[in-house]
Design a protein around this ligand. Structure first.
Ligand code: NAG
Ligand code: NAG
Ligand code: NAG
Ligand code: NAG
Ligand code: NAG
Ligand code: NAG
Ligand code: NAG
Ligand code: NAG
Length: 912
């Protein structure tokens, strides 16, 4: 699945690296985790000997239907699935679909119980039972004694009068009716209005556990089968599924004229990759609303798809495994995109591009997301994880190669690897973080599965694989990982793959790839590596944001890592050094990290990495700030972007305190020259900077300058926005600057500016334009407008369900909106939870977003109380996020207490 993209620019990833002080050079290498798997359980005793509590074994229920995992006695072979969605509501006003399914199962272990997933489906009764069982070939099926549904574990249980025989095959037949709800899960409905006419699309999202809401199935990734799909639909619509359509026939069923479309049998595949769509617009390969296609918004994605597929064929040394590749943009879609095999689904913002209205950032998002999803066509879909605990391999890998694919499609962008390692860093430096690869039994319920779709799996996963590719070198890594033979190994044995490459001539690694990578994937956190520049001695230490936090998760590796260190001496790359113990020695020490060296200039790497270190008390805070002093002379994007991301923490912690005044003065002084620079090179804001990153940097310059009160900035923005308000059909604001300008203009303005944005939002024909306005409206400083806006998020006719949690998140980013959003979420918790919470992955983002600024004892108490008050409701997929929020708040309180006075003094001194 693709990440949920918010308006912010999406940028690459990279390992964290390097910081220098007068005497000590500190290298912080990012990375990873603790997997106390069964295998390691035996050795866990050693690690836990220091008095820490071992992780408790989960309680195992007695009855097989009370466990979340399917028994291993039956395996599905293939399904005949027929679905008939009704795009008009029934007599009771409900949208629904009907269907029937025949699944061939093979018995591999004697059993008299047949357990299959089924959720929220009304099953037709046959002789008082929910299904019909028949034998295939010679086999005779035992009679059904009893059948029932288990709501909690989402099972249909069929108790037989006698046992099924090992080796025999049976057919389980069901008929069912389900709601075609607007809930973004399973088979669901998406709506939009075109030329005043309301249109309905039936579409689907199965990952991770929603296929069972569409038809009874063995809904686990390892339970692969062949699917013969038939869709019944209106004659003026078209049906799409994973396979190529092999036949359409018009017919009359139950007195209704319909078209029956059948699809070629799929490859053997997992249920979570299925897709079913019925829509009225017609266009080959890139699908969307007809209006969007007519205005050629699909052209760009279509342009990059070919080259990207070509690239992966080469990269994986395997032809594209399917006979077709459809991609469709949907008005209502929860994730960023979903890699359904052969029929990839996207949010409109992640696929549709308008040459006039869209920004450079939109284009980059599209290329990256398309590249990410297409990578899954091989890695993930052809070869699939055994269980969700190893999701990081699937998503981490796609997140790693998406840059390679995008770079191939758009070679001139000179893409810069500046990462969301930042976000990972913040989470992974917590004692409540979790291992990249979790124990299988820790990931059971749908909510726990959904929780796996997090920064750790995506960004950290990518960082670890990137480190591997770096110490093996890219050609060796590619060869190892991409040869088809390797693919066919089970995912969890990925690193076994690399043994062959260990013998590559010239390859010197101190342990097997398997052993090295275990340190990074089997224990959480990552080390900070300190190099004493006088002696060349190096030490590593588990990096924790709060060094005093208590770790209740023991590691059999004692939180030490095998750390590859690349370094340079007088500009020449030296042989890779390995730090294998807590301390070691770099004999011929000079300085530097080569990893991202090409991209980094001057003191850049300082800014990037000093800040987290000072938050963890490894170097002092004001020293970190000192590295921003040269910014007034800096004109490049990367150093600015890094600095701004880092300063963001200072702004969050201090924007409600007296420090903010001084901080603002300082930053104003620093940003002014950059603002003037862009004013000059764009000839008084009339031209677009030529460089790809300069365009991003101009946006930063304007955004910061306006919020810090640089002379001329506010007037400039307001005049642009006013021109637009006077002539709504002509928007004078350049697409690259729109996000920033909308936000600033609405922040400076009042209800008139806001209502204008709302009208433009409702009329927007391009999803990314709507998305910018939606984010911009959260910037107003008027509490009543913010509260009204919060209420809108509960009304799907105002804010689409897919956008509700991110809108609340945007409002919480605003200093005035934060307490309002926090109150709103607390007051409506049980409602929000019911609507989105159980399982949606955007839910943890909501908790993250609204708790970001919490930094006082009082706020911590409130947070704890919120947790306590809602224990009976639960936190679903946000459970981990809540624990992390508590830990982060605790760390914030400490940090503010220790640093506030120093920081205030520093900003005061420096802003003079
Ligand atoms: C689905 O189609 C395949 C290929 O034609 C066939 O082998 C399989 O038996 C079919 N599945 C069912 C459930 O009939
Ligand atoms: C699946 O559908 C095919 C084609 O309609 C049919 O021949 C076959 O018997 C069906 N399989 C089962 C198990 O019902
Ligand atoms: C399923 O049955 C329940 C109980 O009779 C009913 O409330 C619900 O609306 C039905 N669902 C569908 C999709 O018909
Ligand atoms: C797609 O490619 C064609 C042919 O190279 C080009 O003319 C067109 O401008 C491209 N479209 C977009 C939106 O980039
Ligand atoms: C690609 O695959 C082909 C056929 O499987 C094989 O002969 C060839 O050596 C592979 N190439 C590389 C670079 O691995
Ligand atoms: C971890 O520490 C314990 C106790 O200090 C020691 O016995 C054990 O060998 C260490 N394990 C590793 C992998 O370093
Ligand atoms: C940080 O270090 C500088 C220089 O060594 C010193 O002047 C300053 O007081 C220190 N700040 C804190 C917060 O310890
Ligand atoms: C720049 O543009 C503004 C607004 O359009 C105008 O008032 C100002 O005179 C221009 N400055 C220069 C130097 O052209």
């Amino acid at each position: 699945m693709g990440k949920v993209y918010y308006v912010s620019k999406h940028v690459g990833l990279g390992l964290l690296v390097l910081a220098v002080t007068a005497l000590v050079t500190i290298i912080a290498l990012s990375i990873a985790y603790d997997k106390e798997r069964a295998k390691n359980q035996d050795t866990l005793g050693d690690g836990a000997a220091d008095g820490t509590t071992p992780v408790p074994t989960p309680f195992t229920p007695k009855e097989p239907w009370d466990r979340y995992r399917l028994p291993v006695s039956l395996v599905p072979v293939s399904y005949n699935v027929t679905l008939w969605p009704r795009l008009k509501p029934g007599a009771d006003g409900m949208y629904f679909f009907t269907g029937k399914s025949a699944v061939v199962v093979r018995c591999v272990k004697e059993t008299d119980l047949l357990i299959i997933h089924s959720n929220k489906l009304n099953l037709t009764s046959f002789n008082g039972h929910h299904a019909v069982l028949t034998g295939l070939g010679q086999a005779t099926a035992p009679a059904i004694q009893n059948s029932w549904l288990v709501v909690k574990t989402e099972f249909l249980v069929i108790q037989l009068r006698s046992r099924l025989s090992v080796g025999a095959s049976y057919v389980l037949y069901t008929e069912f009716k389900g709601e075609l709800a607007d809930d973004l899960e399973g088979f669901y409905r998406s709506e939009y209005t075109e030329d005043g006419v309301r249109k309905v699309v039936a579409t689907s999202q199965m990952q991770a556990t929603y296929a069972r809401k569409t038809f009874p199935c063995f809904d686990e990734p390892a339970m692969k089968a062949v699917f013969n799909v038939t869709i019944i639909h209106d004659q003026d619509t078209v049906a799409l599924s994973n396979g190529m359509e092999i036949g359409t026939a018009d017919s009359v069923i139950d007195g209704v004229s319909v078209r029956v479309t059948t699809f070629e049998p799929t490859e053997r595949m997992s249920t979570y990759l299925l897709a079913f769509i019925v829509t009225s617009s017609l266009q080959i390969r890139i699908w969307a609303r007809r209006k969007a296609i007519d205005s050629r918004q699909g052209d760009y994605a279509l342009n990059v798809t070919g080259p990207i597929l070509q690239f992966y064929e080469q990269y994986f040394n395997a032809t594209y495994p399917l006979s077709k590749s459809d991609q469709i943009a949907l008005p209502d879609f929860n994730a960023g995109a979903m890699e359904n095999w052969g029929l990839v689904t996207y949010r409109e913002t992640a696929l549709l591009f308008d040459p006039i209205m869209s920004s450079t950032g939109n284009k980059e998002t599209i290329t990256t997301v398309v590249s990410h999803e297409l990578a899954h066509m091989w890695f993930g879909n052809l070869v699939t994880l055994q269980w969700w605990n190893d999701l990081w391999l699937n998503e981490g890998f796609a997140s790693y190669v998406e840059y390679l694919g995008a770079d191939y499609a758009e070679p001139t962008w000179n893409k810069i690897i500046l990462s969301d390692v930042h976000k990972v860093f913040a989470v992974d430096a917590l004692a409540s973080s979790h291992p990249l690869s979790r124990r299988e039994e820790e990931v059971n319920t749908p909510a726990q599965i959904s929780e796996m779709f997090n920064t750790i799996s995506y960004s950290k996963g990518a960082a670890v694989l990137r480190m591997l590719s770096e110490f093996l070198t890219e050609p060796v890594f590619t060869k190892g990982i991409s040869s088809l033979a390797v693919f066919l190994l089970k995912f969890s044995q990925l690193f076994v793959c690399c043994q062959a490459v260990e013998n590559t001539p010239g390859m010197h690694i101190p342990h097997t790839v398997h052993d090295i990578m275990n340190r990074w994937t089997l224990q959480m956190g990552f080390p900070v590596v300190t190099i004493d520049t006088r002696t060349g001695s190096i030490t590593q230490k588990h990096f924790l944001l709060d060094p005093d936090s208590v770790l209740d998760r023991p590691s059999q590796f004692n939180y030490t890592w095998f750390v590859p260190i690349k370094w340079m001496k007088t500009g020449v790359e030296q042989q890779q050094h390995w730090l294998l113990q807590e301390t070691g020695n770099l004999i011929d020490w000079v300085l530097a990290n080569t990893n991202v060296a090409g991209y980094f200039r001057r003191l850049l790497f300082l800014i990037r990495n000093v800040f987290p270190l000072c938050r963890a008390k490894i170097i002092n805070t004001t020293l970190a700030l000192t590295t921003t002093k040269y910014l007034s002379k800096e004109r490049d994007y990367i150093p600015w972007e890094s600095a701004l991301r880092n300063l963001d923490y200072y702004i969050l912690m201090f924007d409600r305190t007296e420090v903010y005044g001084a901080l603002q003065l300082y930053l104003k002084k620093q940003i002014q020259p950059l603002f003037e620079h862009f004013k000059t090179i764009t000839a008084n804001w009339t031209k677009v900077p030529t460089g790809h990153t300069d365009q991003y940097n101009q946006n930063n310059a304007i955004g910061i300058a306006c919020s810090m009160g640089v002379q001329g900035c506010g007037e400039l923005i307001k005049s642009w926005y006013r021109q637009w308000m006077e002539n709504p059909h002509h928007n004078p604001i350049h697409p690259n600057l729109k996000s920033t300008v909308y936000c600033s203009a609405i922040a400076f303005g009042g209800v008139e500016e806001w209502d204008f944005a709302w009208r433009m939002f409702k009329n927007a024909t391009l999803a990314s334009e709507a998305s910018r306005l939606r984010s911009g409206m959260a910037c107003t400083k008027a509490p009543w407008l913010l509260n009204r806006y919060l209420e809108y998020t509960l009304d799907p006719t105002k804010i689409r369900k897919q956008d509700a949690t991110s809108t609340i998140h945007y409002i919480a980013r605003n200093i005035v909106g934060m307490p309002l959003a926090w109150n709103f979420v607390r007051a409506r918790w049980s409602y929000l939870f019911k609507q989105y919470g159980g399982r949606s992955f955007s839910f943890s983002g909501l908790i993250n977003g609204i708790t970001k600024r919490l930094s006082t004892e009082f706020e911590l108490q409130e947070l704890m109380k919120f947790k306590e008050d809602n224990l009976h409701v639960g936190f679903g997929s946000a459970t981990m996020a809540l624990e992390q929020a508590i830990e982060k708040t605790t760390a914030n309180i400490k940090w503010v207490a220790e640093n506030k006075a120093h920081v205030l003094k520093w900003f005061n001194d420096e802003s003079k």
